[in-house]
Design a binder for this molecule. Structure first.
Ligand SMILES: CC(C)(COP(=O)(O)OP(=O)(O)OC[C@H]1O[C@@H](n2cnc3c(N)ncnc32)[C@H](O)[C@@H]1OP(=O)(O)O)[C@@H](O)C(=O)NCCC(=O)NCCS
Length: 164
């Protein structure tokens, strides 16, 4: 049980571009419906994306510039094993596009199921808070090539006026 804590820690580094966090959902994260609070989940997503972009990919301090397309597919129950997989899917000059996929469940009764996914953009910044270059990500596998165009989605939505 020593690898399962309430604070997400990386347990598997498949490559420099991706990381996985696993932990148990504690009762301190419950919402009024008895499930894991969406805000708690978003905090875990943000922390996972930070680790991927700052510690694995760029080696720089990074800030979140955008969170897009978050989809809550299934609730997470208190006591579930929660797994957050984050990976770089594209880079710009200073930005890193990170896809985060959340899986959860009770391994005693079945496999983990995807509950949530989203796309975040994080930007590396220097000591003065100005954007600074990051290593380029070159998609190699078919799946990576499939995910890479997500950058076009964020570019499009940036220019959209969603409210007045
Ligand atoms: C992130 C920040 C430094 C960017 O500064 P800026 O003057 O807008 O810089 P730029 O216009 O050069 O943009 C920097 C990068 O962000 C990207 N970007 C800017 N707005 C974006 C958006 N809405 N969606 C996706 N990417 C965006 C740009 O495309 C650029 O990426 P690239 O260099 O790979 O092409 C600045 O906006 C900031 O400090 N924001 C606050 C961050 C914050 O507090 N986050 C919450 C806590 S971590």
């Amino acid at each position: 049980m020593d690898t399962l804590t309430s604070f997400p820690i990386p347990v598997a580094l498949n490559s420099r571009a991706e990381t996985t966090f696993r932990f148990l959902a504690e009762s301190t994260s419950v919402n009024f419906g008895g499930k894991v609070h969406g805000g708690a989940l978003m905090k875990w997503i943000d922390e996972t994306a930070y680790a991927c972009a700052a510690m694995l990919w760029s080696g720089r301090y990074v800030v979140t510039v955008s969170v897009g397309n978050i989809r809550f597919r299934r609730p997470i129950l208190v006591g579930n094993l929660v797994e957050l997989r984050s990976r770089v899917v594209a880079t710009g000059r200073t930005s890193m596009h990170i896809h985060i996929s959340v899986h959860a469940g009770n391994l005693k009764v079945g496999e983990l199921q995807q509950t949530t996914d989203c796309l975040m953009v994080l930007v590396a910044v220097d000591e003065t808070g100005q954007p600074t270059p990051v290593p380029p990500f070159v998609p190699e596998t078919e799946e990576e090539k499939h995910l890479a165009p997500s950058t076009r989605w964020t570019s499009r939505t940036r220019s959209m006026r969603l409210w007045s």
